[in-house]
Design a protein around this ligand. Sequence first.
Ligand SMILES: [Zn+2]
Length: 292
Amino acid sequence: MPTGQTKLDAASPPSYSSTVPELAEVEFYRKQWNPGLGGKIRAVALHSGKRIFRGSDTSTLEKFLPGATLQKSEAHGKQMLFRFSKQLWLGVHLGMTGTLRVAPSGFQPGKHDHLVLHQRGRALVFNDPRQFGRLRFHQGLDVPGWWAKLPPALTSDSFTAAVMGKFLQRHRQLPLKAALLHQAGFPGIGNWMADEILWRGRLHPRTRAGEISEKKSRELWRVVRFVCREACKIIGRDFSDPPRGWFIHERWTAKGRCPRHRELLPRATIGGRTTAWCPKCQPEPVSRLRRS
Ligand SMILES: [Zn+2]
């Protein structure tokens, strides 16, 4: 894998990309606009009427954003929030193909560059060919309502073992794979992270969420925290690959093997997504709920 800078220049996805940005990839893209922190927006160029702006009045964005300063940004699961002076906020959801990048000044937007914020010496660019993402504009003293209502971020103190346990109990019939992909409980977790977490937690992806013991649930919580933090650190920094020994490197190929003891990994669609697991590390449970 080339360096993060090379990848950034090429605006290409990582070698392991599932095409849908997950928590760590979102963190990476959030930082791409960091060079613009503290800088004033001098002009805004956007493709009004595009689906990406649904529910937002782009004319107010064009009217108020010029003259405002980019103050800070935050990522939460698959969402990002950029705060500007003058009580202005921009919410960014990358959808499947959205990316953020910085371009040199004088940048001319291409067909898929739906929002460009021109600053002195640079342009902050949002690009999204397929427009499953979303850009939302908000004016007000406080964060937008939709942001305030997001569930606890997985890397925050408010995501406790108890919070996670309660969520699993509320969705007790779901296979764990589906529960982990549920954004209301695990914001930012996508396909590869879910498989990584279950393999590390030695849990079969078809295990019902309500059927794991309290001890296993605590272990699962620890693994969720570990994978999220490490992925944010490694991928979120420069889009580097996670270290060897991670499950992610094996799950993409038909010849993938368990990093622990080289068992060939079967695959099946579980929770609506292609799932790989190790039959040795993650034996299929005999479900009590399914029998009843
Ligand atoms: Zn194994």
